[in-house]
Design a binder for this molecule. Structure first.
Ligand SMILES: *[C@@H]1O[C@H](CO)[C@@H](O)[C@H](O)[C@H]1NC(C)=O
Ligand SMILES: *[C@@H]1O[C@H](CO)[C@@H](O)[C@H](O)[C@H]1NC(C)=O
Ligand SMILES: *[C@@H]1O[C@H](CO)[C@@H](O)[C@H](O)[C@H]1NC(C)=O
Ligand SMILES: *[C@@H]1O[C@H](CO)[C@@H](O)[C@H](O)[C@H]1NC(C)=O
Ligand SMILES: *[C@@H]1O[C@H](CO)[C@@H](O)[C@H](O)[C@H]1NC(C)=O
Ligand SMILES: *[C@@H]1O[C@H](CO)[C@@H](O)[C@H](O)[C@H]1NC(C)=O
Ligand SMILES: *[C@@H]1O[C@H](CO)[C@@H](O)[C@H](O)[C@H]1NC(C)=O
Ligand SMILES: *[C@@H]1O[C@H](CO)[C@@H](O)[C@H](O)[C@H]1NC(C)=O
Ligand SMILES: *[C@@H]1O[C@H](CO)[C@@H](O)[C@H](O)[C@H]1NC(C)=O
Ligand SMILES: *[C@@H]1O[C@H](CO)[C@@H](O)[C@H](O)[C@H]1NC(C)=O
Length: 553
């Protein structure tokens, strides 16, 4: 029989926590897909002339670029997951659709992104719209890929193998809320962007044009955007570009720098590939923390569900895989019968399992986090100061030492990356508002927890640096450059960049020169060689780290 305790050994959920075998000739990752692929032998294309051949396009005057975050009254807010089904939750003894509780908001990095209120970061009243008197001048954007299938070794696929294995051998019989398992089959591929994920990125791209299009006025080069080489990452970048530029012209409107994501290549958008302390497992701290927490919040669910299935013994690990299946099936095929098996409390427990996974796996509580995030900060510093980034860390100096592949004069920078890269960058930038509750306990959810992975790294999460010109003060209208950071529409207070913190700006602004001094200090404080290559002591979980750095002796 399969050992289901192994289920979580490869807790996947976060990119980079596990290593997928790569074919030597390809850096595209897994490429299994849903089934339809058109054959080459359609009707002769001469029967279907191009629109340009047909002509009669009607009037084609183009309009002005939009600039909603500058010209609008407020920033638009996203809250739906259309066309996915609003997942059910267990109310009493019955799976039901709740009007007040949406499980999809409690899936950590598997949640579809939604707009977060700045109050969640401790900045009530702040908005992504330009503050009064400020003019948006430049954007530095990090964009995660959209919804994807689970990886081949993840709990969903392991659960399917286990269940189908029992069905084939001794057999099982499920009743009640589990009855659907008698006929359930696993229909998901692996790792690729789902159709919903494509939609998310297209929507992110078109929305970005509406929010910031005007920044392109007067820019005469072809912009360069960057992505890693994995299939879902490239697909995400292309879908975004199609939404941003429009499907008729996007292919000629930008250049895509595809950076190899594979060990040992330097890549700031996949920084774990050349930062491999103690054998590339980052001590598995995130998984350890999640596994410990599962024993706290899921035993009741096991007790409730076990009487509904005969011939198969449930464990907390198996039930955890069932929660993951709710999330993955919903974002892949639109709905899942696994969702309604769990109560509101259990969904909050599931979210916390992912908060812990990120905090200790690729957040403030892991000693390699700052080192992994610092390469992007070096590149950001280069872009903000119009200089070639410094070398070392995960910076690829071949690509970054050339303004063809690493331009320094763009009004918009788009970098496509992973959930855990955004979380390590957030730690490297010392955005300490997320650390308000201190190191996360494995025994309970702290009331003041501010580290919410569904805010930080959901599917299609977006972290945006806005460079703005703002008046020096209310009585001096001279404009000076400022910067601030916006995560899924919520402004982040710059509490952890000492020099910015003293400004205590209610809109999250920091004078650009002050911010630059601050990130130079952050870069200086990381010892990449030690953090990524030394054989230091495993801090274990829980631990008291909050800066994503090891204790260096
Ligand atoms: C179960 O049996 C089916 C049909 O014979 C087979 O296709 C499948 O591979 C088996 N699954 C497992 C996990 O043994
Ligand atoms: C830098 O990136 C290029 C292109 O992806 C790659 O060929 C090269 O090997 C990389 N350099 C290092 C040190 O990883
Ligand atoms: C379930 O666990 C019980 C008690 O440990 C054991 O007697 C039984 O054989 C197990 N059933 C299966 C299907 O593994
Ligand atoms: C790759 O990273 C290592 C470690 O920081 C560095 O020593 C090396 O110079 C880098 N190579 C390139 C081409 O950037
Ligand atoms: C970058 O390119 C310049 C000019 O070719 C060269 O002098 C310098 O050594 C390069 N720096 C790195 C880090 O490769
Ligand atoms: C300008 O405004 C600041 C507060 O916004 C105030 O402290 C300062 O005294 C004012 N200076 C003048 C010259 O009015
Ligand atoms: C307004 O601020 C600018 C920039 O700090 C400064 O140079 C200028 O003297 C100030 N003007 C007044 C009237 O204080
Ligand atoms: C990062 O934040 C911590 C906690 O607020 C602070 O002690 C530290 O000085 C900050 N680092 C920098 C470079 O500002
Ligand atoms: C790392 O340190 C531990 C404990 O001191 C030791 O057992 C282990 O062999 C070391 N590993 C390497 C690669 O040096
Ligand atoms: C963390 O710090 C607290 C308070 O200083 C201390 O009681 C606790 O033992 C520390 N925990 C670990 C794992 O070091």
């Amino acid at each position: 029989m399969l050992c289901l305790l192994a289920l979580l050994k490869v807790l996947p959920l976060a990119a980079g926590v596990h290593v997928t075998a790569q074919q030597a000739s390809s850096f595209a990752g897994a490429t299994s897909s849903d089934v339809f692929t058109a054959t080459a032998t359609g009707p002769d294309t001469s029967n279907f002339p191009e629109p340009s051949v047909v002509g009669f396009a009607g009037p084609t005057p183009t309009g002005d670029e939009p600039f909603l975050l500058q010209t609008g009254l407020s920033a638009p807010q996203k809250s739906d997951i259309f066309p996915l089904e609003h997942p059910q939750v267990l109310l009493g003894n019955t799976p039901q659709t709740s009007t007040s509780f949406n499980p999809a908001r409690y899936w950590g990095n598997l949640s579809p992104w939604f707009s977060v209120d700045s109050a969640a970061n401790g900045l009530p009243g702040a908005s992504a719209r330009a503050p009064k008197g400020c003019i948006i001048k430049q954007i530095h954007m990090l964009q995660r890929h959209g919804a994807r299938y689970p990886a081949a070794g993840d709990p969903p696929a392991q659960f399917a193998t286990f269940l189908h294995g029992v069905a084939n051998s001794t057999g099982f019989k499920a009743i009640g809320t589990l009855e659907f398992l008698n006929t359930w089959t696993f229909e998901l591929g692996a790792e690729l962007l789902t159709t919903f994920g494509q939609q998310q990125l297209f929507e992110r791209g078109s929305t970005f044009r509406i929010l910031y299009g005007k920044l392109l006025d007067g820019f005469s080069h072809t912009p360069v955007f960057r992505t890693t080489s994995e299939a879902r990452m490239v697909d995400s970048a292309i879908n975004f570009a199609a939404g941003f530029f429009g499907v008729q012209t996007y292919q000629n409107s930008y250049r895509l720098e595809v950076e190899i994501e594979s060990e040992p290549f330097n890549n700031t958008l996949a920084p774990w590939e050349n930062c491999l302390p103690n054998g590339n497992n980052f001590f598995n701290l995130g998984t350890e923390a999640t596994v410990a927490w599962i024993q706290v919040y899921l035993p009741n669910a096991v007790k409730r569900l076990q009487p509904q299935i005969k011939g198969l013994n449930l464990t907390t690990e198996i039930v955890y895989a069932m929660q993951s299946l709710c999330a993955f099936e919903t974002v892949s095929v639109g709905s899942s019968e696994f969702c309604g098996l769990f109560t509101e409390e259990e969904w909050k427990g599931y979210e916390y399992s992912l908060d812990l996974n990120f905090w200790y796996g690729s957040g403030p509580g892991n000693p390699v986090t700052a080192a992994q995030g610092i390469g992007y900060v070096q590149e950001l510093l280069g872009r903000l100061t119009n200089t070639i980034p410094s070398t070392g860390s995960s910076v690829n100096s071949t690509l970054d030492n050339d303004t063809t592949t690493f331009p320094l004069d763009q009004p918009i920078y788009f970098d496509f990356t992973h959930d855990t890269v955004i979380s390590v960058i957030i730690a490297a930038m010392n955005f300490t508002s997320f650390n308000a509750a201190g190191p996360l306990p494995l025994t309970h959810i702290p009331a003041n927890n501010a580290y919410h992975v569904q805010h930080i790294a959901p599917f299609a999460t977006q972290l945006t640096g806005q460079v703005l010109e703002c008046p020096v003060s209310s009585n001096n209208s001279t404009l000076v450059s400022n910067i601030r950071w916006v995560l899924n529409d919520a402004v982040i207070p710059l509490t952890g960049i000492e020099q910015c913190a003293s400004h205590k700006n209610k809109d999250g602004l920091c004078p650009l020169d002050v911010f630059i001094t601050g990130i130079k200090q952050l870069i200086a404080e990381v010892d990449w060689t030690f953090d990524c290559t030394a054989n230091y002591t495993n801090p274990g979980v829980p631990n008291n780290l909050t800066g994503g750095k090891p204790i260096r002796h």
